[in-house]
Design a protein around this ligand. Structure first.
Ligand code: FBP
Length: 235
């Protein structure tokens, strides 16, 4: 169970309110909610994360992009594996937009990250997100998600962070395609709580092994209550 908080870069402060714009508050949720890890970009980690106080694993997101540029998506490498280790990361995260015209470049850069991280015994979580004109409208289809999952396995990712395919049966195929790269489900935009929990239950039934969630927790009126409900699904 990971708490994601890299949205300031990916979406901008439009995702935030006074309740969650301060990273310290999110770190508080991660600690009190006993999350297995918190996902941060290096800038937030450097300035806010303190291992002595924040007793959770740090996952440094190594690349990113804003949503201001509307061309084909490309997520640029922003932090080296070495730097993540210095910050105390127990794992690193990397987004790969499968289907983008920049796919080849991202594969190349991601492969270097895999080599470096595995040389240092660091697990790699890949955000395998189908994106770009070639997959427009099919980003959550069984076939395209399964393709992205397989790419994650073939590139060497240890864990894949992916969107739900919409049904247990379709998601089972995505999970099978990922082989030994285990899938954690991506939270997505804020949903009605019942719908969110029901999708989570279904994704776990399909073989996903966990969740990396952001907005559905820290945009909730009661982040620790929804955390508790997520935990009930996972146990
Ligand atoms: P959420 O649970 O809030 O969707 O967070 C997961 C995440 O992958 C974040 O790590 C990332 O910032 C964001 O979603 C990217 O969202 P998108 O690419 O869909 O705009």
């Amino acid at each position: 169970m990971f708490l994601a908080y890299d949205h300031g870069l990916e979406h901008g402060p439009t995702d935030f309110t006074d309740a969650n714009i301060d990273p310290s508050k999110i770190l508080d949720i991660a600690v009190k909610g006993k999350y297995d890890g918190i996902i941060l970009q290096r800038g937030i980690a450097e300035k806010y994360f303190n291992h002595k106080i924040h007793r959770t694993n740090l996952i440094i997101k190594l690349n990113g992009k804003t949503n201001l540029v509307k061309d084909e998506p490309y997520s640029a490498p922003l932090c080296a594996v070495d730097e993540a280790i210095k910050l105390g990361a127990g794992a690193v995260g990397y987004t790969v937009y499968v289907g983008s015209t920049f796919e080849a470049q991202m594969f190349k850069e991601f492969s270097r990250v895999i080599e470096e991280a595995h040389r240092r015994d660091l697990p790699v979580v890949a955000w395998m997100y189908p994106r770009g004109a070639s997959v427009k409208g099919k980003e959550k289809s069984k076939e395209i998600l399964a393709y992205a999952a397989r790419v994650g396995l073939e590139l060497g990712a240890d864990m894949l962070k992916m969107h739900y395919a919409g049904s247990i049966e379709d998601m089972r195929w995505v999970v099978k395609s990922a082989g030994k790269s285990r899938i954690i489900i991506s939270g997505g935009e804020k949903l009605d709580e019942k719908e969110f929990i029901s999708d989570l239950r279904d994704s776990l039934k399909s073989g996903c092994c966990g969740i990396a969630v952001g907005r559905n927790v820290w945009q909730s009126k009661d982040p620790l209550d929804i955390t508790y409900k997520i935990k009930l699904c996972l146990t």
